[in-house]
Design a protein around this ligand. Sequence first.
Ligand SMILES: Nc1ncnc2c1ncn2[C@@H]1O[C@H](COP(=O)(O)OP(=O)(O)OP(=O)(O)O)[C@@H](O)[C@H]1O
Length: 311
Amino acid sequence: MIEMNHLTKIFKGTISVNQLSLTIQPGVVTGFLGPNGAGKSTTMKMILGCMHPSEGSVTIDGQNYKNLKRPVSKVGAFIHADAVNPKLTAKQHLEIIAAASGISGKQIQTMLAETGLENVTDKPIGTFSLGMKQRLGIATALLGDPETVILDEPFNGLDVDGIHWLRALTKRLAREGKAVLVSSHLMSEMQMIADRMIILAQGNLIADMAIDELAQNSLGSFVKVSCEDNDKLQVFLTKKGAEVKQAENGELHVYQLGKEQIGMTAKEAQLALYELTKVQPSLEDLFVELTEGKADYVSTDNLLTKGRETP
Ligand SMILES: Nc1ncnc2c1ncn2[C@@H]1O[C@H](COP(=O)(O)OP(=O)(O)OP(=O)(O)O)[C@@H](O)[C@H]1O
């Protein structure tokens, strides 16, 4: 489990991560979503002790990363596909890490099989495609069978098979009870795998909720309605307190009233309904809605009094 408490990073007066207080729970896949420069990588680097917070703190199972007794069994991370020596083979790369961390050779074979790299174990990493390097990075992260798994943009460069494989893998890791934090720009991908979603924009927390909750809380969900006289129904629905927008094709998009209430209102107005469909916005719609106008950089004045820091 990862716990952040007012976690903040300031680079030369600019806030990159602003007062994040969050918990990444075991047993679930938590999606970490945000546009370029939102602060996802900076947050992950602070979790992993590669960067010092300017303010606040972050712990893994109650400890700072540097105080963890056997870090490989606590947390495994994939941050950069290129953070490897290209002259080494995949097997040599994993052997070096395993030797340094007291991990058995059997576990190397398991990870090579798990990540689909069995046939290229003896090839230099420099000859690998981006997708193969991603797989190797994930194998490295999982080598110590860690309780917490952090994957930064793991879907980059994966082909269709790789995407399916990674979806299944992240879900399985969560089912095994691990805390799985996955960052991505790909909202559709996050929708497929995440149980919970953390959304950042310009370092600020925009949302931290279960996927279902996120969709329900959105003002964007509505009921699509069509009947024999849409104009007449619109008048009736507005009287009941609904907000109604008429689309270009004439159908009504009804907010703040449920399907049953809309159906009863149509019955009252003696109108035959042709369509009554609840429309949940996609994660992409939600993201636009949640970040709109809320992502401006906040003033750094207060934080700057507590110091500025470079990495
Ligand atoms: N070492 C650094 N020095 C100065 N500014 C930095 C440094 N690292 C990150 N930043 C700034 O912090 C902000 C957040 O960057 P970060 O890489 O964490 O975002 P991100 O959400 O991971 O984006 P991306 O998906 O593009 O990698 C950006 O404005 C970035 O320019």
